[in-house]
Design a protein around this ligand. Structure first.
Ligand code: AMP
Ligand code: MG
Length: 433
């Protein structure tokens, strides 16, 4: 299988001012072409560093894709670096120069002298057309003694130009390179919520061991645990077939912890379940600043499910909303579990929805012998109001998203339990609606 290295050039990348999204995108694209990426290299705009990076890459990768450093300014050094690493000089391509001149003429401007460098190419290379910018890319084959040649594709840094040039030219060139031994790589991501990474791993047979085919990896992001299956095969169908038995095992072992795959989020799944049932939802949130409503409304652009909600914060205002809702006035104390359920039921009535999901005030994070304090969650539905709580603990960066996910997951489990007429996991009816 061919192996690739991706190189990103730019001082703005090495200084941390900008994130290298080009390499991420290119890795995904190369995987689609069946090419394994072994290295991501990032280098500043420096001639010595750039030459060094290309020399190493030529030795350790069959395909090298670089982005950045093809502009007309003094810090754009990619063409010089490639020429030096390949041991060739730069020559001027007259037709590219004409094209650049014509582009400037189209915009009613004379071509600055500096732009001539964009028509300079390492001897033996081919320009990669750039329909939307002045900088063409560079495609060059480099011979290596006793081995197959390496191939370099140098593309501009501007993501939109780079994407277009990849799609129009580089992708097809790579398909030609792999010939009959074409191999594809496909991934399948299975997302879980409700327990930790190590607990998930313990529920599975030995799937995550190194060298397993297909490979299974596990990652955690803001309390969502993702199992990523990766398969190689001659076609997308062959990859999917190779992954299916592993996916079946994961589903059998993890059951309800699994909420979706690939691009799915918990809010997507809740919205989908409610759309299927023709039902609607409103929200009450006391300290999450509208995150729950924002996630749901972004996931429901056609407004089929989420009708809106209350975003509350100040305890006195919460008490007055609760009083209007017919609950006991609790001005002096934080909102109780019962108070939150009253708000959920009232929100459901006022918004005329099938469900209302309420997320209680966040308690102060205090260490105590009895463990972290709870955050209350309530779901008011057509049959009853259901309550749940979750410990308010964890790293501050994920506390908000995790707590909001806990609320969404609670409603997801309720809806799924109703579909299968089983009691929902970790919930019990408390109040009549
Ligand atoms: P360059 O082709 O090096 O002149 O880059 C042009 C612009 O593209 C830069 O100013 C960045 O804004 C953007 N850019 C360059 N490299 C990357 C990268 N690896 N990821 C995301 N954006 C990039
Ligand atoms: Mg640059």
């Amino acid at each position: 299988m061919m192996q690739a290295e991706i190189i990103a050039f730019g001082d703005e990348l090495t200084s941390g001012q900008r994130l290298d999204t080009n390499s991420q995108w290119l890795s995904q694209q190369l995987a689609e072409c069946g090419i394994r990426v072994l290295f991501h290299t990032t280098a500043g705009d420096d001639l010595v560093a750039g030459c060094d990076v290309f020399r190493h890459a030529i030795q350790r990768a069959d395909v090298i894709v670089s982005t950045g450093g093809l502009g007309p300014t003094a810090d754009d050094l990619t063409r010089e670096c490639i020429a030096a690493a390949c041991g060739v000089d730069l020559t001027r391509d007259e037709s590219v120069l004409e094209h650049i001149r014509a582009l400037f003429a189209c915009r009613g401007r004379a071509m600055p002298e500096r732009n001539v460098v964009q028509a300079m190419f390492p001897r033996g290379s081919r320009p990669i057309p750039n329909p939307h910018g002045t900088a063409p890319g560079i495609d060059i084959q480099v011979s290596r003694s006793g081995r197959n040649p390496a191939r370099i594709f140098a593309l501009p840094g501007v993501p939109a130009e780079m994407h277009d040039m990849w799609m129009a030219t580089v992708r097809n060139a790579l398909a030609g390179l792999s010939g009959d031994n074409r191999c594809m790589i496909r991934h399948r991501a299975i997302h879980c919520y409700g327990t930790g990474e190590s607990a998930i791993e313990a529920m599975l047979p030995d799937l995550i061991r190194r060298g397993r085919v297909p490979a299974v990896g596990i990652t955690a992001s803001q309390a969502t645990i993702t199992l990523r299956i990766t398969a190689e095969g001659p076609s997308p169908e062959a990859c999917c077939a190779a992954m299916q038995p592993t996916a079946d095992t994961i589903y059998q072992c993890l059951g309800d912890y699994i909420f979706g795959e690939d691009g799915d989020t918990l809010q997507d799944v809740v919205i989908r379940l409610l759309v299927q049932r023709g039902q609607t939802l409103a929200t009450v949130e006391c300290d999450s600043g509208g995150t729950l409503a924002q996630w749901l409304s972004a996931g429901d652009p056609d407004r089929r499910v989420h009708r809106g909600g209350w975003v509350l914060r100040d305890p006195v205002s919460i008490a007055s909303v609760l009083k209007n809702a017919g609950g006991a006035s609790e001005t002096q104390s934080p909102l109780t579990e019962t108070g939150l359920q009253t708000l959920a039921a009232n929100c459901r009535t006022i918004f005329r929805t099938d469900y209302a999901l309420a997320l209680g005030p966040f308690p102060p994070q205090i260490e105590s012998a009895s463990g972290p304090p709870p955050v209350y969650i309530a779901a008011a539905g057509p049959a009853a109001v259901y309550g749940h709580s979750t410990p308010y603990a964890g790293h501050p960066d994920i506390l908000l998203p995790r707590t909001v996910k806990e609320a969404l997951n609670f409603l997801r489990l309720r809806l799924q339990a109703e579909e299968s007429n089983e009691p929902a996991v970790r919930s019990s009816p408390i109040l009549p609606p």
